[in-house]
Design a protein around this ligand. Structure first.
Ligand code: RP5
Length: 155
């Protein structure tokens, strides 16, 4: 994530990865404040065994795109909800990549963080049957939690 202030959003990605038993690391790497670290991180990631990068940033959110420019790993971008523009700035900064350097872009805020983790899980699950099973269980439990409580007045 681009800042410690992004943690309240990005912790939802981490919680989702944890719930699926996916090994991960958490780092603050700022495209603007620590650009050299960002380049080092992106260049070293694949060699360290990382399979995907979930990058959350807000405002003028260059982190996902610049990471994607420096690695062949899939980069999943999470627009963090900014105060000034409610995250529209983050979303447009991340989603409008020029052809040739892709960033998979998710919803603003918590939904995006959760879904970036689930999408990373789905990618990894194509070559990991045990993870595919855990992902199927996640979906089944989610459906059951909706089906078992159809009337919000009875919660
Ligand atoms: C971005 O600037 C970060 O991703 C964060 O969302 C935003 C504001 O950062 P702080 O000023 O709160 O550190 O680079």
């Amino acid at each position: 994530m681009g800042s410690r202030s992004d943690w309240e959003t990005m912790r939802h990605a981490v919680e989702t990865l944890e719930s699926l038993g996916i090994a991960h690391e958490v780092r603050v790497v700022s495209a603007h404040r620590t650009p050299d670290l960002m380049f080092e991180y992106a260049e070293a990631a694949a060699g360290r065994g990382i399979r995907a990068i979930i990058a959350g940033a807000g405002g003028s959110a260059h982190l996902p795109g610049m990471l994607a420019a420096k690695t062949l790993l899939p980069v999943l971008g999470v627009p963090v909800q900014s105060q000034a523009l409610n995250g529209m700035d983050s979303l447009l900064s991340i989603v409008q990549m020029p052809a040739g350097i892709p960033v998979a872009t998710f919803a603003i805020g918590r939904a995006g963080a959760v879904n970036a983790a689930l999408c990373a899980a789905a990618m990894l699950a194509t070559s990991d049957q045990a993870l595919a099973g855990r992902l199927a269980t996640y979906r089944r439990e989610q459906a059951e939690s909706v089906l078992s409580r159809p009337d919000p007045r009875k919660d």
